[in-house]
Design a protein around this ligand. Structure first.
Ligand code: SF4
Length: 168
């Protein structure tokens, strides 16, 4: 059976969504409705388009200049099982994997066994940039995040030490 994922778009070679040259997969579907969101077209769970996951993986691995991939949105955690499948394939090949989400790390930890694919996605990404975008908390020069409440989290260390470890 064909395995598909619903995306709003792809940035094939991006330098602004994590360190180094990355491919960015923008999930379609988001429930957070953050004030000031500038990706409102990505909220509708019926929008965007269904893409074949195995083809997306192959096409990414065929590009030798990519250092990593980033899952953005929309909210990748609404299709966590599918992003986890991609993450596993990329991790096996040594690519760095970042994911954005509107959920907080703490919320994901609390619910990781109740929500489809959350635990698996968390276990296969290197960095999580968490939390909703808050337009009262923007700041000039913020790197890789939209507002100051969002954190760039080292997932492996955070899981190991059972507390949030950030990279900045
Ligand atoms: S989580 Fe991201 S895509 Fe979703 S509403 Fe907030 S800013 Fe927009």
């Amino acid at each position: 059976m064909e395995r598909t994922i619903r995306l709003s778009g792809i940035a094939y070679e991006s330098l602004v969504n994590g360190p180094g040259m990355r491919r960015v997969f923008f999930a379609q579907g988001c429930k957070h409705n953050c004030k000031g969101c500038f990706n409102k077209d990505t909220h509708d769970f019926c929008g965007g388009e269904e893409r074949n996951v195995d083809e997306l993986i192959k096409d990414t691995l065929d590009n030798p200049i990519l250092r990593g991939v980033t899952f953005s949105g929309g909210d990748p955690f609404e299709q966590a099982d599918k992003f986890a499948y991609m993450a596993r394939a990329f991790k096996e090949k040594g690519l760095s994997i970042w994911s954005y989400t509107g959920y907080t790390y703490e919320y994901i930890i609390e619910n990781k066994n109740a929500r489809l694919g959350w635990s698996e996605l968390l276990n296969n990404i290197e960095v999580l940039v968490d939390g909703r975008f808050e337009d009262e908390r923007t700041q000039d020069g913020l790197k890789f995040r939209g507002s100051t409440n969002q954190r760039i989290i080292d997932v492996k260390e955070s899981l190991r030490l059972n507390k949030v470890i950030t990279l900045d």
